[in-house]
Ligand binder design. Structure first.
Ligand code: ATP
Ligand code: MG
Length: 485
């Protein structure tokens, strides 16, 4: 480690020589300046502790101190003077001097202590600065919009691993943002200068997938007229995104495991060992551990891939994200479509809030895109949103037609939470009248227009239901509470 630097700005040669000798003996590297001007010149490129005389041939030490602070506010400055007065000491410390020492018999002893403390503070200031720069270089998953504490927590923990090379496994239902996260890990990490290469492990036949991933040699198979690099080679020094990794056939699982273990592989039809330095981020909409237990996925590979596992919650489990994401997509598609839309009408948000979103964020994105195209403005109305319902049914594994899973899960979200999602701000609160109508329409739509069924769901008798439909606000259903059959 380089010696700690001390700069003495003083015009009294005997004292300067004395201090230089003593401080050098303590192991400090001492530089000197006899005038304020020389002192300023030296300060420009200096990190350490400054010992400053109160009176200098070309001005006052206090003035010089101000100038030093304007160049480098963090330098600890210790005043030394033969002309110590309490007033001066107070003034110097008031202005931020680190310490104030009177020339006298115990000068050296006091100076040693002051210098040591000053270096301690310097180290602390530097550490603080390092921390703050780290903070300002904080990972920005800024394309990933979320206000859900649970998802924000996931992003926070991801910050810790973006710069490392550890394998990240992103699990989540279709459309929850797995690929978005994978790209964010890449662009925020140390490999951002390298390529981001994606392979979709689903839907490509086993033989093709192997050559796709590892490349092939000329003549490896009919049509292989020239050597081709695979995705692994292309991703060298970057990130390889293995999408739908749960679909990887067993034979390729074994080969992938070997690559992850020794970073080498052979191209299809070749003997040459190729090496690639690749960071793996993989994604799956299956429960990969369950696949392991069912014997469909290699356990050893699972642990290699999921060194850092991330599980993105489905949208219905973070209803507070619905209005925020909807606004985000509205701005985006509004700009794309050249429409100035001010936002969503409250009943429109209510419809969104009651939708279970089996297709998650992708489904919401498509709905808003569609609604923006339909909207005549200035707001997106309930009708605009309602018209998009059903046109974006997404098939999700395990939640096909007849499966009530997502709906049941949405119902599991407490009503107050779903309401805060629909009305996130005071301004967005709908009147009871609006809400009543929206709720009624919602129930009717969900019951397929069956009034009795809708009334039952709402806990109303048919009479009250009809009064509501006519627009009477006060029918609270209390009188005829039990639903008719
Ligand atoms: N939190 C988010 N903020 C903004 N956009 C999002 C967010 N999550 C997802 N999206 C958008 O939703 C769409 C679907 O996301 P993505 O493709 O990452 O999902 P996925 O989990 O990979 O889905 P699949 O399993 O179907 O491949 C993308 O257009 C993405 O940009
Ligand atoms: Mg995807």
């Amino acid at each position: 480690m380089a010696a700690k630097q001390i700069l003495i700005i003083d015009d009294y040669p005997q004292l300067v020589d004395f201090l230089t000798e003593r401080l050098s003996a303590e192991g400090y590297a001492v530089r000197t300046a006899a005038t304020g001007a020389d002192g300023m010149a030296a300060v420009a490129s200096f990190t350490g502790v400054v010992l400053l005389d109160v009176r200098l041939p070309d001005g006052s030490g206090l003035d010089l101190f101000q100038k030093i602070k304007s160049v480098n506010a963090d330098l600890p400055v210790i005043f030394i003077t033969a002309h110590a007065t309490v007033d001066m000491a107070v003034e110097a410390t008031r202005q931020g001097a680190f310490d104030f020492i009177a020339k006298g018999s115990d000068l050296l002893k006091r100076l040693n202590v002051a210098v040591k403390n000053a270096f301690d503070r310097l180290a602390m200031t530097e550490q603080l600065r390092r921390l703050t720069t780290q903070l300002s270089e904080k990972v920005q998953f800024d394309q990933f919009i979320t206000v859900s504490p649970r998802t924000q927590q996931i992003l926070n923990t991801l910050e810790a691993v973006v710069n490392s090379g550890v394998s990240v496994l992103v699990e989540g239902e279709s459309g929850t943002g797995k690929e978005l996260i994978a790209r964010a890990i890449h662009v925020n990490g140390a490999r951002r200068g390298g390529p981001f290469v994606a392979v979709n492990c689903a839907g490509i036949p086993e033989t093709l997938l192997e050559s796709e991933m590892f490349g092939y040699e000329k003549g490896a198979f009919t049509g292989a007229t020239a050597r081709r690099a695979g995705k692994f080679e292309s991703a060298h020094n970057g990130t390889l995104f293995l999408d739908e990794v749960g679909e990887l056939p067993k034979s390729l699982q074994a080969k992938l495991l070997r690559v992850l273990q020794d970073h080498t592989f052979e191209r299809v039809g070749g003997n040459e060992t190729v090496s690639a330095d690749v960071r793996i981020v993989s994604a799956t909409n299956r429960d990969l551990m369950a696949e392991v237990k069912a014997g469909r996925f290699r356990e050893d590979l699972f642990y290699r891939l999921s060194v850092f596992p991330v599980r993105l919650p489905p949208l219905r489990e973070r209803p507070e994200d619905v209005p925020v994401l909807a606004q985000h997509f509205l701005r985006r598609f509004g700009t794309e479509e050249g429409k100035t839309l001010t936002g969503f009408a409250a009943p429109a948000l209510a419809v969104l809030a009651s939708h279970p979103f089996p297709g998650n964020v992708r489904e919401l994105e498509n709905m808003v895109r569609h609604a923006v195209i339909l909207a005549r403005g200035p707001e997106i109305t309930e009708d605009d949103v309602a018209a998009t319902l059903g046109s974006h049914r997404v098939h999700v594994a395990g939640t096909g037609p007849g499966s009530a899973k997502p709906i049941a899960a949405a119902a599991g979200t407490p009503l107050p939470d779903r309401l805060s999602a629909a009305f996130p701000t005071f301004e967005s609160i709908a009147t009871i009248r609006e809400l009543q109508l929206a709720y009624l329409q919602r129930a009717l739509r969900a019951s397929g227009g069956n009034v009795s069924k809708a009334a039952r769901a709402l806990g109303l008798g048919r009479a009250t239901m009809y009064r509501w439909m006519k627009g009477e606000v006060d029918g609270n259903g209390g009188g005829d509470g039990v639903a008719d059959g």
